[in-house]
Design a protein around this ligand. Structure first.
Ligand code: NAD
Ligand code: TYD
Length: 348
């Protein structure tokens, strides 16, 4: 009996690549088809450990391309979709919201529509706790029933895509599952996000920019725990349901930066307080009891252990770090694996 054929959108990004590597380890009988447009943060080096793996196919293409997506679903006999592809950085969304609306809202709808036409058996829409808005210090953590109140263009575009995903489940009876996770960290994260930016800056003795007073709180989850949650949702989630994932690890940004500097034996004098992000959300915290009880999932990594592992990974992978910092990664795949590159044009 053949395993599942799973379309993974955004599989060359941070979480998608960790997920693809996990799934290839756990389910060698499954076949994964990665669809990724390789935007500035999509990096084929993130799948390098799987180079030559015959259970994995990479297609360079845009989720907004309905013809391509429709053909892929049929041609590859896709059973399930795990949808990671997105514009994901809040600061970029403040500078220019339109690409966020295009990929996160339009792209997700194109994908949902193609999945509906093809009768796909499972659609996991990977979303974020940022759709719930912000918390004050005394508020209880977000549950799946917390009303959506997004405040950045990024969060608003993800909330719109969540509504559409759930509307497809409700209106068309599609087997869509929505996951909402707190801030991830770990290997392969693009160094525009807090933790990898601080690690690489500190390693290079460059200043570490802390926004505002640095007292904002995020609930950090090690990426492997999130990937395990998405797999649990894929295999055991109920259609039409939402599942929160979080690390039960709230931490203030300034405290996080202090911890990173301590792990790297670098001085606190590298910290620079800079102008605050406009509309900066003060606190996120996730209640993930539903996923624990109904999916049998649990976060395994403590923040302390995950941070040690993450710092170790960035220290021990200078080639990845240099290629990302120099921009070399943008042509890496074409130069090394041109013979195995499948483009949207060929699929069409
Ligand atoms: P990322 O920015 O590292 O990766 C996104 C990937 O999507 C890249 O490989 C990019 O090339 C691809 N992509 C972008 N636009 C595309 C398009 N139009 N067509 C095809 N591919 C496209 O993001 P990430 O941090 O890995 O996040 C993955 C998902 O998880 C996102 O949906 C994000 O909203 C969600 N999420 C992220 C976090 C986090 O802390 N990073 C937390 C919760 C949820
Ligand atoms: P980020 O990693 O961008 O994730 P998000 O905005 O989705 O939570 O930022 C995490 C926190 O760190 C957020 O409160 C903003 C703050 N931050 C800084 O203080 N300095 C920085 O250079 C960055 C990138 C983020």
């Amino acid at each position: 009996m053949r395993g599942m054929n799973v379309l993974v959108t955004g599989g060359c990004g941070f979480i998608g690549a960790n997920f693809v590597q996990q799934q290839r380890r756990l389910y060698p009988q499954d076949r994964l088809i990665v669809l990724d447009a390789l935007t500035y943060c999509g990096n084929l080096r993130n799948l390098e450990p799987l180079s030559g793996d015959r259970g994995l196919r990479f297609v360079k293409g845009d989720i907004c391309d309905g013809d391509l997506v429709g053909k892929l679903l049929l041609e590859e006999e896709i059973d399930a979709i795990c949808h990671f592809a997105a514009e994901s950085h809040v600061d970029r969304s403040i500078l220019g919201p339109l690409p966020f609306v295009q990929t996160n809202v339009v792209g997700t709808t194109v994908l949902l529509d193609a999945a509906r036409n093809a009768g796909i058996g499972r659609f996991v829409h990977v979303s974020t706790d940022e759709v719930y808005g912000t918390l004050s210090p005394s508020d209880p953590p977000f549950t799946e029933n917390t009303p959506l109140a997004p405040r950045s263009p990024y969060a608003a575009s993800k909330a719109a895509s969540d509504h559409l995903a759930l509307a497809y489940a409700h209106t068309y009876g599609m087997p869509v599952i929505v996951t909402r996770c707190s801030n991830n960290y770990g290997p392969y994260q693009f160094p525009e996000k807090l933790i990898p930016l601080m690690i690489l800056s500190a390693m290079a003795d460059k200043p570490l920019p802390v926004y505002g007073d640095g007292q904002q709180v995020r609930d950090w989850i090690y990426v492997a725990d999130h990937c395990a949650g998405i797999d649990a949702a894929l295999r055991r989630g109920q259609p039409g349901e939402v599942y929160n994932f979080g690390g039960r690890a709230e931490c203030r940004n300034l405290q996080m930066v202090h911890s990173i500097l301590a792990l790297l034996h670098k001085p606190q004098s590298l910290i620079r307080f800079v102008a605050d992000r406009p509309g900066h959300d003060r606190r996120y915290a996730i209640d993930c009891q539903k996923a624990e009880q109904q999916l049998g999932w649990q976060a395994r990594w403590t923040l302390a252990d995950g941070l040690v592992e993450t710092v170790r990974w960035y220290r021990e992978n200078p080639a990845w770090c240099q290629s990302v910092q120099s921009g070399e990664y943008r042509t890496f795949f074409e130069r090394n694996y041109a013979d195995r590159l499948v483009t949207a044009k060929e699929v069409a």
